[in-house]
Design a protein. Structure first.
Length: 219
């Protein structure tokens, strides 16, 4: 393995963007009207050999915002009880701080200038994240407002599957249906899958030419 490959940074690999895997559980499908109930985020790291690995995971249960709609069908799927006394839920603004503070620290540590949300059909998760940011008046959102990495698309490319459970199983990773539809579990599975696909690409096909050129120019 070349010294250039060993010294590759995650900022080099993704053009100054830092992949952060995010999953949300909600009270419905409308980010403007339906409650955000859970959020989890896992930072993606790069080791000394240029391989991606899931890093720290941060999560929060969220108190539904005032007037939020919650569909019973959504609660049946997720198993969330928003009124449970031991749920330990945070108000939306505090929940977002729980996620954003370590993301900002990771940006500083890696030299990346913006986080990019990685998710399975990520427009859903990003829509709820952006809506919560707008409701709470947070000014410094570390996530790119519209760019994402989609593991449904990547899974279709790498494994011919687009359903998260089927892609994970095709990648020979563990999948527990009983734990699915929790923000923490889905984030962990999605993070492992994203790392697996990128690592396999870089090993079997090689780094994209612009990445090699950009890295060599700064080495």
């Amino acid at each position: 393995m070349s010294s250039a490959r060993q010294k590759l940074s995650i900022a080099d690999r993704f053009r100054g963007f830092l992949p952060i895997v995010v999953d949300v559980e909600t009270g419905g499908f409308n980010s403007r009207t339906d409650a955000l109930l859970e959020i989890a985020a896992q930072i993606i790291e790069m080791d000394g050999e240029g391989r991606l690995n899931p890093g720290e995971l941060h999560s929060a249960h969220v108190v539904p915002f005032k007037g939020a709609n919650i569909e019973q069908r959504s609660l049946e799927v997720t198993g969330i009880d928003p009124t449970h006394p031991f749920r330990g839920a945070l108000e939306e603004r505090e929940a977002l701080k729980t996620i954003f503070q370590p993301v900002r620290a990771a940006l500083r540590a890696t030299g990346c200038h913006r986080a990019v949300l990685v998710g399975h059909n990520p427009s859903f998760d990003l829509g709820f994240l952006n809506a919560a940011v707008e409701r709470t008046g947070i000014r410094r959102n570390p996530f790119h407002p519209f760019s994402t990495f989609d593991t449904a698309t990547l899974g279709g490319l790498a494994y011919g599957q687009t359903v998260l459970a089927r892609i994970v199983q095709a990648a020979d990773l563990d999948w527990d249906s009983d734990q699915a539809h929790s923000a923490v579990y889905d984030t962990e599975r999605t993070a492992k899958l994203f790392c697996d696909i990128v690592n396999r690409w870089d090993t079997e096909i090689g780094l994209p030419a612009p990445v090699r050129q950009r890295h060599m120019a700064t080495s």
